[in-house]
Each structure stands twice: as C-alpha cells, then as structure tokens.
Design a binder for this molecule. Structure first.
Ligand code: AP5
Length: 218
C-alpha cells in the first residue's frame, strides 16, 4: 500500500507513521526526519535548509522534491510506503504523481488527520524526540519510562527548535496557505479519507487499520 499522511503540525503524522510502518511492513519516508538528519550532520543540504526549518518556513520545493524522487526511485522494489510530511505544496503533489507513474506505482490513499490548533500546541509544546533513533515522546501523553531518556535505545531526548509557540503558529499559517489546497486536490482524485487527528494514538491506529481493511488495501 502506498499512503500519504496529511495534516497540520502536531497532527500525529510521525507517531502514526512509525506504528503503521511496523504493522504493515512498509517504508516510512519522513521529509522532516531526513532534513533534520541533514542539519544534524551538517551536510550541504542541512546547511541550506536549517534556517527555513528553524523559522517554520517550508524548505524550497526543488530540494525536497529531489530527496523524495531519489528515495522512491531507489526503492522501487518496496512493497509500499508511508509519506509523512510530503507533499506539502501542489507542486510537490504533481511531482509525486509523475515520479510514481515513472516507476509504475500510484498512491492508494491519502489520510487527512484533521486536528485542532489547541491539540497541536499542547502536543508540540510537550514533544520530546530521541537524538539516537528519532522515537517521538510527549511529556504527558506518551512519556518515556525514565525522564529524558529513550526507552528504545537509551539516548537522550531533545526538544525541537521549531516547537516554540510562535514558530508553531508560523508553521500553521504556512500549512493553511500552502498545504490545505492538497485536500481539494486529493478529494478530486477520490483518494482522500478524513480522520480526526485529535484521537489518542491507539484509537486512531484502530480506526486507520479498519479503514484500510474496508478499502481492501491490506
Ligand atoms: P515536519 O517534521 O514534517 O513537521 P510537521 O509537519 O510540522 O509535523 P510535526 O513533525 O511537527 O508533527 P506530526 O504530525 O508528525 O506529529 P508527531 O507525531 O510528532 O517538518 C519540519 C520542517 O521541515 C518544516 O517546517 C519544513 O521546514 C521542513 N519540511 C519538512 N517536509 C517538508 C516539505 N515536504 N516541503 C518543505 N519543507 C518541508 O506528534 C506530535 C506530538 O504529539 C508528540 O509529542 C507525540 O508524542 C504526540 N502525539 C502524537 N499523536 C498523538 C495522539 N494521537 N494523542 C496524543 N498525543 C499524540
């Protein structure tokens, strides 16, 4: 199954993508994770993109499109993928269609995680991420067993620079302007399914798995 998770900052895209990727045994492709790795490793891509990310702006389409194109074309044999955080603009969506067509694939479903600003702010303010394996926690909703330490690999947890309230609001305004047109784009293609992102992780996962079954996607 080839799936896109669409939704505002803090909708829970990364959290669900990690769970679904294990359950469905399909690749999780997060442009946010790829870009943060590049910044951490001080690569040329990281140096070019760091400022956009810290400010909560979108990284230019040409850079993100090149990353996703390379990843998809390099993994043609995969049984499926979950795109998390991509596409985010109409230009990215068009390029995705062209790239998939070029490798004989198509998108099966786009899940729109409709989420309130209040939920988003509460989640992102409390988010902590593992420096080693990128596991996502929340200080109240999904706390690690030992404060500040990853349950999975024992590395320390950090708070993302773009998880400050002002930057969260900036990310929302970018989302409203650049990404919400994709809801219409995928509705017209008849592959958009809307689910509440405000639900807790397990409930949301159960609903998504039931939806995939109903649509005969798994
Ligand atoms: P990116 O990393 O993609 O950020 P985002 O889209 O703003 O999404 P988030 O990662 O903030 O939230 P999420 O929905 O994944 O929520 P999560 O599961 O972590 O992008 C970052 C930046 O990179 C962008 O601003 C841009 O600069 C650049 N970029 C990336 N892709 C790009 C692209 N395609 N084009 C251009 N630029 C791009 O959960 C959040 C918190 O809530 C966590 O603490 C989690 O534990 C908790 N939580 C999750 N689900 C639940 C739940 N159901 N119930 C309770 N708590 C929950």
């Amino acid at each position: 199954m080839n799936l896109v998770l669409l939704g505002p900052p803090g909708a829970g895209k990364g959290t669900q993508a990690k769970v679904l990727s294990k359950e469905l045994k399909i690749r999780h492709i997060s442009t946010g994770d790829i870009l943060r790795d590049a910044v951490r490793n001080k690569t040329a891509l990281g140096k070019e993109t760091q400022e956009y990310m810290t400010k909560g702006e979108l990284v230019p389409d040409r850079l993100v499109i090149a990353i996703v194109k390379e990843t998809l074309q390099g993994n043609k044999a995969d049984s499926g993928f979950i795109l998390d955080g991509f596409p985010r603009t109409l230009e990215q969506a068009t390029m995705l269609d062209e790239t998939l067509e070029g490798i004989g694939k198509k998108l099966d479903v786009v899940i729109f995680l409709k989420t309130s600003l209040e939920t988003s702010i509460a989640r992102l303010n409390g988010r902590r991420v593992c420096k080693g394996c990128d596991t996502i926690y929340h200080i109240k909703n999904i706390p690690p067993k030992k404060e500040g330490v990853c349950d999975q690999c024992g590395n320390s947890l950090y708070q993302r620079k773009d998880d400050q309230v002002d930057t969260i609001k900036r990310r929302w305004s970018v989302y409203n302007k650049d990404t919400t047109p994709l809801i219409k784009y995928y509705t017209e293609k008849n592959i958009l399914k809307e689910v509440s992102g405000d639900l807790d992780v397990d409930r949301l996962n159960t609903i998504l798995m039931a939806l995939f079954q109903k649509e005969s996607l798994i």
